[in-house]
Design a protein around this ligand. Structure first.
Ligand SMILES: *Cc1c(COP(=O)(O)O)cnc(C)c1O
Length: 394
């Protein structure tokens, strides 16, 4: 079998064996519907309550402030659309950033087509939100500020507490997409002035298709999925019992291992960055070096086309991700890399590598060795690079 070096943990993670094990009995043994009256449903009911308790505790929330959803995208959609609906008598203005995940950006675009106004705040060259611009953008009609906790491409962590404080001072709700941050960095919703927060199971070694939206008590919230009375009548549909059990288990392990894991990952990440910068010319690191997710590295290589690099890495069994939105069928460079000021041609040659606690130093050495050769090979075929070198020689 071809060897696999999985360095795309920002895209999704491996479900932990302990998580799978915890979930299994709820498929075949305790499969009752938690809403049913008979005692056969006591166990699944208890399991849902237990998952909710673990997760609420992990962010300093109350259990009745937590709503399970079908994942991060649903939580983001819910937070924005329901707030817009519930607060439209107060105003129609929403503020977000230019580097949000598409679950936020595309929802904002939809809201703009439906009578709302959205301001997209700039970030600096490290991907940090410009707080002075945020303050200036606030209007009497602003009802919501939504800024992601940590960026999925470049790993930059935002000054969440300050953003929450600004929102609070103006009586504006603050939502954060914490899908990349939850389980990786400590989060307390009270300390950080967070009113609403999205997270997802599959980004923290839990199952796919389960997430939550935290909604602070007192926030007016509209039902998102209409139907049965689940999730306190706010999100209908039979509970994803196995998903909730798995998410709870993953959250519990993530919280317990966070300190040690982030130390391990950030050291290995720094080793990766240092080797790349020392050994590959005309490279740059994207994102903040200080305020950064422990497992995220993002590079740009001049004179390189990201897609070719990914294909050649794949040939060596290395899974990474590039800076272009190839998933959308276009080769437009990532909106995040453009927002931090990269020119198109440099943004095109970008590579995101995201580690896990299972990544080893050998994996990183193997990756850098291959990356070096691949970059050199691609450059040797690039007329631009040839011109550049000729020019340099003069
Ligand atoms: C992955 C991701 C999402 C989407 O979460 P899903 O559970 O896959 O729907 C949203 N926001 C960010 C920042 C993400 O990284």
């Amino acid at each position: 079998m071809k060897k696999t070096i999985y360095l795309d943990n920002a895209a999704t993670t491996k479900t932990r064996p302990e998580v799978v094990e915890a979930m299994l009995p709820y498929f075949t043994e305790f499969y009752g519907n938690p809403s049913s009256i008979y005692s056969f449903s006591d166990e699944p009911k208890k399991a849902v309550a237990n998952g909710r308790e673990i997760i609420a505790k992990s962010i300093g929330a109350k259990t009745n402030e937590l709503y399970f959803t079908g994942g991060g995208s649903e939580s983001d959609n819910w937070a924005l659309k329901a707030t817009a609906e519930a607060y439209k008598s107060k105003g129609n203005h929403i503020i977000t950033s230019k580097i949000e995940h598409h679950a936020i950006l595309h929802t904002c675009e939809w809201l703009e087509k439906n009578g709302f106004e959205v301001t997209y705040i700039d970030v600096d060259e490290n991907g940090v939100l410009k707080l002075d611009e945020l303050k200036k953008a606030i209007r009497p009609t602003t009802i919501l500020i939504s800024v992601m906790f940590a960026n999925n491409e470049i790993g930059t962590i935002q000054p969440i507490k300050e953003i929450g404080q600004i929102a609070k001072e103006h009586g504006i709700l603050f939502h954060t997409d914490a899908v990349q941050a939850y389980g990786h960095v400590p989060i307390n919703v009270d300390e950080l002035n967070i009113d609403m927060m999205s997270a997802s199971g599959h980004k923290i070694n839990g199952p796919k298709g389960i997430g939550f939206l935290y909604i602070r008590t007192g926030v007016k919230i509209r039902s998102f999925i209409h139907g049965g009375a689940q999730e306190r009548k706010r999100r209908a549909g039979t509970e994803n019992v196995t998903g909730i059990v798995g998410f709870g288990k993953a959250a519990e392990i993530a919280a317990a291992s966070m300190e040690e894991r982030s130390k391990y990952e950030s050291e290995l990440r720094d080793y990766l960055m240092d080797r790349v910068m020392a050994e590959i010319p005309y490279a740059r690191i994207n994102g903040s070096r200080e305020n950064r997710l422990p497992n995220n590295a993002n590079f740009s290589f001049q004179f390189i086309e990201g897609e070719s690099m990914l294909i050649m890495l794949d040939d060596k069994g290395i899974c990474g991700s590039s800076g272009s939105a190839c998933t959308s069928g276009s080769l437009d460079p990532s909106h995040v890399l453009l927002a931090i000021g990269l020119p198109h041609e440099i943004a095109h040659g970008s590579l995101r590598l995201t580690l896990s606690e299972e990544t080893t130093k050998e994996d990183i050495d193997y990756t850098v060795d291959n990356l070096k050769a691949i970059v050199a090979r691609l450059r040797s075929m690039s007329p631009l690079y040839e011109d550049f070198i000729k020019h340099q020689a003069k």
